[in-house]
Design a protein around this ligand. Structure first.
Ligand code: PNW
Length: 489
């Protein structure tokens, strides 16, 4: 309407927070130093180096264990308002259980938190970003229901030691990635490769573990510490390939199997799994000869215990997939994909990142935000990850383009659609250990030289661009962002 209104539409709202994100195993290194216990990714990469694209591991990674002060200084220079990082469970509890606390683990995170606060950067802690202590993985990890107790013991230690200064907590990073890629398939550790069984079991126990951590915080810590606690879910946007009912329903089914699998039990007033999942999995389980559905059932009490366990929703989002209806597969072995019965593919015209799964589709971000906001009644959303991978280099114009387009879609979701987004974290602050892709696919705003034992950091053009967004609190013209050097990687 007026000039001010127009300006505001290009601007991020006053209280909106900008940050960057990392995770412990991807950046810390120091895998066996000063009392840290072995975790599942240490074991996996040491045992099966051939499963990692460059045969690498997280033994040293960015060496942020030693270089955290430099990381904080870089964020300070960039004007970063919050830093999302994760705690390494086995650095704090080397044996997994809380009978043995590693003082150096407590010391390390205290130092990091204090350095952030001294620089006016708000710490946001992910309690679990995939690095299960090996001791607990040996007992089945998320396939053992006792994970609920183990996780509660561990988060209690975190709340006790860090909760006086940390006000933003996330229980789990991407349950579906853990359960589908780690338990259902063999893409990520522990690679159980038991689709349609182990993935659902993992999800079931993880949801209960999340709820118990939430209740512990609310009952014992919130009144004193006054923080907020949520969970980070990840989802692509799934776009129907046609307007045929069957395809529209398939796209919706896929959204429910991927996003609502974990969102509905927590964020919907009725709780529990999506009806379509319960129905499809029960139907195929019976046809396969199972005596019960492969999707475990929540009791009435469990539904009540899990629903509403959030202060906010953390959302990781990267890309979009086209979907269409698939034929009912012949009854054979259990499989998540056969349960969902949806075909998916990328539009070949979409630009690709180095990671083959990551295509640049900014409108999908806006659609996903609207989907979530409509379904879950304006739930406060923190974007806890969004970013782009390339091979290596400082003049990362493609990353700048990605951020420009995705942040513009985010502004539309906020201003035109009224989606309640509280903040945004770029994945990632640093080039880091990208799980099975090793150091080949790089997501950093800041370059790390992994062949140099000092792990020197150099800001990329995208770091300058992000700095400028944070300074202006709107999207700047991007032409001027160039690294003035002759680096050839
Ligand atoms: C996230 N997908 O995982 C993780 O939280 C990060 O640790 C990781 O480094 C980052 O994204 C980049 O991969 C994802 O298949 C795993 O679409 C899989 C997908 C997306 C994100």
């Amino acid at each position: 309407s007026n000039v001010e209104g127009k300006l505001n539409e290009n601007s991020f709202p006053p209280g909106f927070l900008f940050g960057t994100a990392t995770s412990a195993h991807q950046i810390e290194g120091a895998w066996n130093l000063n009392g840290k216990g072995e975790n599942l990714w240490d074991r996996f990469t040491h045992t099966y180096p051939e499963r990692i694209l460059d045969g690498s591991n997280g033994d040293t990674a960015c060496d942020s264990y030693h270089k955290y002060k430099e990381d904080v200084a870089i964020m300070k220079e960039m004007g970063i308002q919050f830093y999302r990082f994760s705690l390494s469970w086995s650095r704090i509890l080397p044996a997994g259980f809380s009978y043995k606390i590693n003082p150096d683990g407590i010391r390390y995170y205290n130092d990091l938190i204090n350095a952030l606060l001294e620089n006016n950067i708000i710490p946001m802690i992910t309690l679990f970003h995939w690095d299960m202590p090996q001791t607990l993985q040996d007992l089945g990890g998320f396939s053992n229901e006792l994970i609920v107790n183990w996780f509660e013991e561990y988060v209690k230690v975190a709340f006790e030691h860090f909760g006086d200064r940390v006000k933003l907590w996330i229980t789990f990073n991407e349950p579906i990635t853990i359960c589908m890629y780690g338990y259902g398939r063999d893409t990520l550790a522990p690679a159980y490769n038991s689709s349609g069984i182990s993935d659902y079991l993992c999800g079931h126990n993880l949801l209960k573990a999340h709820a118990s951590a939430y209740h512990l915080y609310k009952n014992k810590y919130e009144s004193k510490q006054k923080g907020k606690i949520g969970i980070t879910l990840v989802s692509h946007w799934f776009e129907s390939s046609s307007t045929f009912q069957t395809d529209l329903q398939a796209a919706q089914r896929k959204r429910e199997f991927v996003f609502d699998w974990f969102a509905k039990p927590i964020f919907h007033p009725n709780g529990d799994y999506p009806e379509i999942m319960k129905k499809r999995i029960a139907f195929r389980s019976e046809a396969e000869g199972f005596t019960q559905s492969r999707l475990p059932q929540f009791s009435r009490e469990e539904i009540e215990y899990i629903k509403g366990t959030y202060d906010y929703l953390g959302l990781n989002h990267y890309t979009t997939l086209m979907t269409s209806d698939a034929e009912e597969d012949a009854i054979s072995d259990p499989s998540f994909d056969k349960d969902a019965r949806v075909k998916s593919y990328y539009n070949p015209e979409w630009p690709s990142a180095a990671s083959p799964w990551l295509k640049v589709v900014p409108w999908g971000f806006r659609k996903l935000l609207n989907y979530i906001s409509n379904r879950y009644k304006d739930v406060p959303i923190f974007i806890t990850e969004n970013g782009f991978s390339d091979h290596e280099g400082l003049n990362d114009q493609e990353r700048i383009d990605y951020y420009e387009q995705y942040l513009s879609a985010l502004l539309d979701a906020i201003h035109e659609d009224g989606v309640n987004v509280k903040g945004y974290a770029a994945w990632s602050l640093l080039d880091n250990f990208e799980w099975k892709d090793g150091y080949v696919h790089r997501f950093g705003l800041v370059h790390v030289n992994f062949t140099d034992p000092e792990r020197p950091r150099t800001k990329k053009a995208s770091a300058q661009y992000y700095t400028e967004i944070l300074r202006l609190r709107r999207l700047p013209k991007k032409k001027s962002f160039q690294i003035d050097s002759n680096f050839i990687w």
